[in-house]
Design a protein. Structure first.
Length: 80
């Protein structure tokens, strides 16, 4: 699947060769900037403190995108 254009620069979609096949919520492939809206499935809950902690797959995806030169802003569901 490819990104779908929703304005002159912003793309909405799932996967693209520009991201190495990694899905993104909102992205501008030319500047390699993206916004990810992270819902509850992206977090674990610390039993003792009750804090939300990013889970392994989400952290791995963020690390891969950084290695590919992307700048990603994460919006956590518990901060809305």
């Amino acid at each position: 699947m490819k990104f779908r254009r929703c304005s002159s620069r912003i793309w909405v979609g799932s996967t693209s060769s520009n991201t190495g096949g990694i899905s993104l919520d909102l992205a501008d492939p030319t500047s390699k900037r993206a916004i990810e809206v992270d819902g509850p499935s992206h977090y674990l809950r610390d039993v003792l403190s009750g804090d939300y902690v990013v889970n392994g797959p989400t952290e791995f995806k963020a690390r891969l995108l950084r290695c590919l030169g992307w700048t990603v802003a994460h919006v956590a569901f518990h901060e809305w």
